[in-house]
Design a binder for this molecule. Structure first.
Ligand SMILES: Cc1ncc(COP(=O)(O)O)c(C=O)c1O
Ligand SMILES: NCC(=O)CCC(=O)O
Length: 428
């Protein structure tokens, strides 16, 4: 497989952009080598500038649940472009997207559209602080909520992958109001509330973590967070940027039957265009300017193109209800990976919720960051490259979940398992 054009373009990129990329997650820092430069995507496939085809399991880091260039999404985008790209003023499309979100996620009674998942979490914690009049926020090690200063503490995703869970540039003053706890440990949460009585504005968390690899909540854990928040007058902020419309139509809150006060959304809600959203209880959302007094704004918020692709994506998901099928396909992939690893005598464990999956190069189950940090990331990197050589694009880090889309066929899954079989044999 030649990637000479990719190499030349990336060589130039390194002079133009820090590290040659516009986001560190895509820099291949953890797997070594150079990122692949892509030209187009269609269905379950990505095509690089050298004409190589890959079965794509990154899906733009989550948004592409319908696959690339889904006809309904493409059509909606074309129609929207013909009407103008941005007005900085209300549109009916914003209502439609808001209505869909509110219908699909009942805990969201009102919603504000923003431009990214980062903006959603940043705004949600400002709202939690403004609403409660308290300063402190609890987050969990290995959870990632975008590059919000106060949440870039013990962060997962690229921050963990590239060894900067606590980014320089985040002041001690900012970080001091963030309390970091281990995930999947309700006792630690209870104790933190006892130590910081009446000071905690909210708890922000990934209900299924995708950013230290896929780490599901232990039974009863989400319910415990709910109870502890309620008992202490703190807001439960479920970061469903990744899990929303992914693990179930109504996200992890539907899957596990737990109702948060605020929900943050991104990725799928924009169907591949830049968007984010935060919403929740109307009495809390009513504090956002201009209904209330807490400031939050955006020139491009509610963008006509992003709302068009968001509506088309959510409507198509509603029509298809692909979740049982996604679950089945991803389970087949999970079982295939496990079997292939066993045959090659390579020790892995898998974790999966619906169409989110991670093969961990680790001996026991992974429930928190301490365990995830023990993974053999070097071996993961080797596995990753063996898959690339066989036309399979897995996440370029042990600490990112892979995603299966509606476009992946049984044949794609079978080919991926075949590729994994060969890859495990190569790296054993
Ligand atoms: C759970 C979670 N929250 C927030 C974010 C930040 O979203 P964005 O990259 O759109 O800013 C991400 C992904 O990046 C995420 O996975
Ligand atoms: N799971 C991590 C992300 O989704 C971030 C992607 C990026 O920043 O490129």
């Amino acid at each position: 497989m030649s990637r000479s054009k990719s190499h030349d373009i990336f060589a130039r990129a390194k002079h133009l952009m820090p590290g040659g990329v516009n986001s560190p997650a895509r820099a291949f820092g953890a797997v070594g080598g150079e990122p692949i430069v892509f030209e187009r995507g269609e269905g379950a496939y990505l095509y690089d500038v050298d004409g190589n085809q890959y079965i794509d399991y990154i899906g733009s880091w989550g948004p592409m649940i319908l696959g690339h260039l889904h006809p309904k999404v493409k059509e909606a985008l074309h129609a929207a472009v013909d009407q103008g790209t941005s007005f900085g003023a209300p549109t009916e499309r914003e209502n439609k997207l808001a209505e869909l979100i509110i219908e699909i996620i009942p805990s969201v009674q009102q919603v504000r559209l923003v431009n990214s998942g980062t903006e959603a979490t940043m705004s949600a914690i400002r709202l939690a602080r403004g609403f409660t009049g308290r300063d402190k926020i609890i987050k969990f090690a290995g959870n990632y909520h975008g590059h919000v200063d106060s949440l870039l503490v013990a962060a997962g995703s690229a921050a963990a992958t590239l060894g900067v869970p606590n980014s320089p540039g985040v002041t001690a003053g900012t970080a001091k109001d963030t309390i970091v706890l281990p995930y999947n440990n309700a006792d630690a949460l209870q104790e933190a509330f006892e130590r910081n009585k009446d000071q905690i504005a909210g708890v922000i968390f990934e209900p299924v973590v995708g950013n230290m690899g896929c780490v599901p909540p232990l039974p009863g854990y989400l319910q415990a967070i709910r109870e502890i928040c309620t008992n202490n007058g703190a807001l439960m902020i479920m970061d469903e940027v990744m899990t929303g419309f992914r693990v179930a139509a109504g996200g992890a809150q539907e899957l596990y039957g737990v109702t948060p006060d605020l929900t943050t959304l991104g990725k799928i809600v924009g169907g591949g265009l830049p968007i984010g959203a935060y919403g929740g209880r109307a009495d809390i959302m009513g504090h956002i300017l201009p209904a209330g007094e807490i400031f939050q704004a955006g020139t491009l918020s509610g963008n006509p193109l992003a709302t068009a692709t968001g509506i088309a994506t959510l409507q198509t998901l509603k029509e298809l209800n692909p979740y049982p099928e996604l679950d089945k396909k991803t389970q087949t992939l999970e079982k295939g990976l496990l079997k292939a690893a066993q045959q090659a005598n390579v020790g892995i464990v898998t974790a999966r919720v619906g169409s989110m999956l991670t093969p961990f190069f680790h001996e026991g189950a992974v429930h928190n960051w301490d365990a995830a940090a023990q993974c053999d990331t070097k071996r993961y990197g080797k596995f990753f490259w063996e898959l690339i050589e066989r036309g399979v694009y897995f996440p370029c880090s042990q600490y990112e979940a892979l995603f299966v889309s509606v476009a992946h066929t049984d044949d794609d899954i079978a080919k991926t398992i075949d590729a994994a079989q060969e890859a495990f044999l190569k790296i054993r």
